[in-house]
Design a protein around this ligand. Structure first.
Ligand SMILES: C[S@@+](CC[C@H](N)C(=O)[O-])C[C@H]1O[C@@H](n2cnc3c(N)ncnc32)[C@H](O)[C@@H]1O
Length: 308
């Protein structure tokens, strides 16, 4: 069981957590956002918390609320992971359009697609210089399901992969497209699919499609573009076994994330072990965490991942 954190994402920092809130820095801007699991005390003094540029408030305690802006946020508000750029915006559901903890998976996948030779791009260096080719100059085909605003898509496309980006939300795909333009990526580096992940994968199976890597970050509950419900515990087993069939003979990885579910990392791992038993490789699992300045870890979700 791994407690996984990213190594190189200096534009993001979890400054502190306590009393139901996170204090985060995204470039220079600092945010206070609620996180109900945070039942412990703050490490930093209240004066540090009071410097936040924006605070999310939700009187009902629900996900939806409003941001109180104390200091104007940059516009556009761009953060970088190595040389990959993302545009942030405050959403009425307390989000910024990027899940910083995913940087740990990005670093892991970048290492896998280069057979461990990939050097994590330090800020200002070039991720795109490293080919995604696996030593044979083969462009790797990656499937990103529940792909949202394209954090993972941008990192892998910038590393030279051809990414199929699937999400059921039109606004999320529009935002991902903006990130794609921001990164000056070739038009054919990403295939945009507005669809239900389960249906799309079934269609790809019928077409005999193959992928060299698959990542998915499904919500606990979701909806297809036609309103069909996605339920993590009910729908993940079928989706995962279909995805295993989509892996090419030379596939490098399959990553499954979970957040806000009532599942555990162990449960996810047991499922992945069953689904991928026909393939040789290594499986690891754990919690995807953010490390705050004091060293304390904040769990943001669970993962299980296979690599060759
Ligand atoms: C929180 S996001 C995942 C975050 C993303 N992996 C990242 O790090 O940027 C979950 C996404 O799942 C999408 N979604 C929900 N149900 C879906 C479905 N049935 N098929 C495809 N996408 C779905 C939502 O639109 C949302 O963008």
């Amino acid at each position: 069981m791994i407690l996984e954190t990213f190594k190189n994402f200096s534009d993001f920092e979890l400054l502190d957590s306590g009393l139901g809130y996170r204090l985060e820095r995204w470039c220079a801007a600092t945010l206070q956002r609620p996180d109900p699991q945070i039942i412990w005390q703050c490490s930093l003094p209240v004066e540090e918390w009071n410097k936040a540029w924006a605070i999310f408030e939700s009187p009902s305690g629900s996900e939806k609320g409003r941001w109180e802006i104390k200091q104007a946020l940059p516009h556009p508000w761009i953060v970088k992971f190595g040389e990959v750029q993302f545009q942030l915006k405050l959403s009425p559901f307390k989000h910024t359009g990027l899940f910083a903890e995913q940087a740990a998976n990005w670093e892991w996948m970048l290492a896998k697609i280069s057979n461990g030779k990939f050097q994590i791009p330090s800020d200002g260096s070039s991720a795109s210089n490293s080919s995604s080719a696996d030593g044979n100059n083969r462009v790797l085909k990656i499937l990103n399901l529940f792909a949202y605003t394209g954090g993972t898509t941008m990192v892998l496309a910038k590393a030279g992969c051809q990414v199929t980006h699937v999400d059921a939300s039109k606004p999320a795909i529009t935002w991902a497209n903006e990130n794609h333009k921001l990164n000056n990526l070739p038009a054919d580096s990403v295939r945009w699919i507005l669809d239900d992940a389960v249906k799309f994968v079934k269609r790809e199976l019928k077409r005999g499609a193959k992928y060299d890597g698959i990542i998915m970050d499904p919500p606990a509950f979701g909806h297809s573009p036609t309103g069909k419900t996605w339920k993590f515990n009910d729908d993940l087993p079928g989706l995962l076994s279909d995805c295993v069939e989509l892996l090419s003979d030379d596939a490098k990885f399959l990553v499954v994330n979970g957040y806000a579910t009532n599942s555990s990392a162990l449960a996810l791992n047991n499922l992945l072990e069953d689904s991928i038993s026909s393939k040789h490789g290594k499986i690891e699992f754990g919690e995807l965490c953010l490390k705050q300045k004091s060293g304390r870890l904040l769990s943001t979700g669970i993962f299980s991942r296979w690599s060759k």
